[in-house]
Ligand binder design. Structure first.
Ligand code: PMP
Length: 438
């Protein structure tokens, strides 16, 4: 049932949305520029979430729009199987230059979920290619989010995304890294919990290293509420994985392209995985695209056999789409020209300090900040978990701020062009929204 005279609300089945609730009281966006959206009713809405963790350079970037338009006129589409076009190669080369050392072989996809499936399949293909075909087991982590395809929900640990569906066999999970008893109000890395990485060692003891192909984690878990890795955790995971011949995959769909103040989380933490998955910020959210960054050793192990044989039976109609590559190249120009992949420490410090002041706001039980990310956790209502954060989200939207919630956590990730005025506005708007939430 539509209650809107102009927009026909009934037919569009919205993703990850309470459709009936939304359609009774829709929130519509119609324009976007810089740090702001404009709502259908003409209000300015500050973007506290970079769209959905993706519009890192801010909205309405003319350079990207023009590149897309030019490319559409020049060549709208080119098949990626046994055919190429120069931008796909040039963009891969540009990406390889900003990639963590050694991760310079790029496989294109259409989204974060596709990047994850691709990474898992490449890991399995790699193990087979080096004569380790018994390694078919995949390890993920509780409260991990790796998209919505079957591989991703299998290694993922977001319960609501998994429970209605069958998942892949031979998958295990590390425990998640959130410890509300020992690590609370963490500005930066939690001090406790490095030993959680030893879960990988335990799984090796349980199943045998010869059965495990890869372990995949988000360096900072985003969609389940901004969960930070304890100091030393990723290093230890790297060490255990290497010792047992297990590939380490970082899902950087959120953390890639400057989110933490470094080009990739791998740079931020000084830990180099074997494969990195990306999407979102790759094209500044403008045209759907993902990319999997593979270690040279992973790639080279598969470049064997007769030269006329296809090395990896995998790919998508839209892999390396010319329009997406054009958008990506224009996006990289902006990131590099404006220094957005390594924003100054002063901005990051201002962000984290300002957000941490919300610790005294009503219902706040924890705040986790890192880079230009924050998770503000509210005490759940016993009768309705998630309701309090949802109410804050609606209140903020009415007051001109877009935030995102997951469970009872408010997750913030503004465009990387954020300045101190925007930060002030984000904090004061959330503060007053929380004072009205019951
Ligand atoms: N991995 C991570 C870490 C993500 O945050 C997301 C999306 N939020 C995905 C994968 C899936 O990306 P997409 O929605 O583009 O398929």
């Amino acid at each position: 049932m539509s209650n809107n005279n102009i927009v026909p609300l009934d037919t569009y089945w919205m993703p990850f949305t309470a459709n009936r609730q939304f359609k009774a009281n829709p929130r519509m966006l119609s324009e976007a520029s810089g740090m702001f959206y404009r709502s259908d009713d003409g209000r300015e809405v500050l973007d506290g979430t970079a769209g959905l963790w993706c519009v890192n350079a801010g909205h309405g970037r003319k350079e990207i729009a023009e590149a897309v338009y030019r490319q559409l006129q020049k060549m709208d589409y080119a098949p990626p199987f046994q055919m190429g076009h120069s931008d796909a190669f040039v963009f891969a080369d540009r990406l390889a230059r900003i990639a963590p050392a050694g991760l310079d072989r790029i496989f294109y996809t259409g989204s974060g979920s596709e990047s994850v499936e691709t990474a898992l399949k490449i890991a399995l293909a790699y193990q087979r290619a080096i004569g380790q075909g018994t390694r078919t087991r995949l390890i993920g982590r509780e409260r991990g989010y790796h998209g919505v395809n079957f591989g991703g929900i299998s290694v993922g640990g977001m319960v609501s995304n998994r429970r209605a569906f069958p998942t892949l066999p031979g998958v295990d999970h590390l425990r998640h890294t959130h410890d509300p008893l020992r690590n609370i109000f963490c500005d930066g890395l939690p001090e406790y919990g490095v030993e959680l990485a030893d879960d990988l060692e335990r799984l090796v003891q349980l199943h045998g290293a010869e059965t495990i192909a890869a372990v995949i984690v988000e360096p900072v878990a985003g969609s389940t509420g901004v969960l930070l890795p304890p100091r030393g955790y990723l290093e230890r995971l790297r060490e255990i994985a290497t010792r047992h011949g297990i590939l380490l995959i970082f899902d950087e769909v959120i953390t890639g392209f400057g989110r933490l103040g470094a080009p990739f989380a791998a740079d931020y933490f000084g830990v180099t995985p074997d494969i990195i998955t990306t999407a979102k910020g790759l094209t500044n959210g403008s045209i759907p695209m993902g990319a999997v960054f593979c270690g040279r050793h992973v790639h080279d192990a598969l470049m064997v056999g007769p030269e006329n044989a296809i090395e990896l039976f995998h790919g998508f109609t839209y892999s390396g789409h010319p329009v997406a590559c054009a958008a990506g190249l224009a996006t990289l120009d902006i990131y590099e020209n404006e220094g957005l992949l390594t924003r100054e420490a002063t901005v990051l410090d201002t962000w984290r300090t300002a957000i941490q002041t919300l610790r005294d706001a009503p219902f706040v039980i924890d705040i986790r900040t890192i880079g230009l990310v924050a998770g503000i956790e509210l005490a759940p209502r016993i009768d309705a978990p998630g309701a309090r954060a949802y109410d804050a989200f609606v209140d903020c939207f009415q007051s001109g701020l877009l935030i995102r919630t997951t469970g009872d956590t408010i997750a913030l990730s503004p465009p990387l062009i954020v300045d101190t005025n925007h930060i002030d506005r984000i904090v004061t708007t959330i503060q007053s929204a929380l004072s009205r939430v019951t």
